[in-house]
Design a protein around this ligand. Structure first.
Ligand SMILES: Nc1ncnc2c1ncn2[C@@H]1O[C@H](COP(=O)(O)OP(=O)(O)O)[C@@H](O)[C@H]1O
Ligand SMILES: Cc1cn([C@H]2C[C@H](O)[C@@H](COP(=O)(O)OP(=O)(O)O)O2)c(=O)[nH]c1=O
Length: 217
């Protein structure tokens, strides 16, 4: 198989199981003869903007972490620096899996603002990242849906067992995670930026069937 170059984005709450799904899907797609590349955002350790995000989430940096538009800009700049890499991966692989992408910015920024300001920031994220930064539009989103309490429990367990995975200011904000889950549902229902497949992250995902769907799409 060559030249398909599907851009498939995995979205969901912190601790939903996105990285685990990316690993499983890589194996399932590989078993079907597809070559798969993956990239996770923020690109901690690989981009100055991502490292500034991590520092802000863990250490504050004055009021930077409180600035919804400021933080969204840093995430967007991190992705903008990866645009060429995404295009190169796409031309060399059948599927490029992205663990978080533009929709993460829309979901988290909207969840952090009052409801009457949420629509505006979602629109701004699209205009900034797609129209101005020229980031490629994905072919599909996979929304890994789990109840916020389940995601929090998984993130907590992961933080206890893995070094360097301490929970950050967003992850430990239960209200934010609940609002974020609601925004994700709205983005999926409206087909924001690309079609969305909603997956039940508790019942478990049929990886073989999902791989077939993604390659056939
Ligand atoms: N389907 C699942 N059932 C139970 N635990 C899971 C499942 N998927 C992932 N986990 C566990 O939950 C934690 C968070 O998963 P991870 O893939 O790192 O989430 P994310 O990338 O969405 O933050 C990890 O410890 C992982 O082993
Ligand atoms: C990629 C991205 C993440 N985020 C948020 C979601 C998470 O709460 C936080 C960190 O991302 P996360 O995926 O949790 O990184 P890691 O699991 O490696 O710590 O940033 C945005 O608000 N906008 C974005 O564009």
């Amino acid at each position: 198989m060559t030249g398909v170059g599907r851009l498939v984005v995995i979205e969901g709450l912190d601790g939903a199981g996105k990285r685990t799904l990316a690993d499983g899907l890589t194996t399932a797609l590989g078993a079907k003869g597809a070559s798969v590349a993956s990239l996770a955002f923020p690109r901690y350790g690989k981009s100055v903007h991502a490292d500034l995000v991590r520092e802000a989430l863990h250490r504050g940096h004055g009021d930077l972490a409180d600035s919804v538009y400021g933080m969204a800009m840093l995430y967007a700049l991190d992705r903008s620096g990866a645009a060429d890499e995404i295009r190169a991966l796409r031309s060399a692989h059948d599927v490029v899996l992205l663990d978080r992408y533009v929709a993460s910015n829309a979901a988290y920024a909207a969840a952090r603002l009052r409801q009457d300001a949420a629509g505006e920031v979602v629109k701004w994220v699209w205009e900034l990242e797609v129209d101005r930064f020229g980031l490629p539009r994905p072919d599909a989103h996979l929304l890994l849906r789990v109840a916020p309490a389940v995601a929090a429990e998984r993130a907590e367990r992961r933080a206890e067992t893995e070094t360097g995975r301490e929970r950050d200011a967003f992850e430990t904000d239960d209200g934010l995670q609940r609002r974020c889950a609601a925004v994700y549902d709205e983005l999926a229902a409206s087909g924001w930026l690309a079609p969305w497949h909603v997956l039940d992250g508790v019942a478990g995902v049929d990886l073989e069937a999902l791989a077939t769907t993604l390659l056939g799409q």
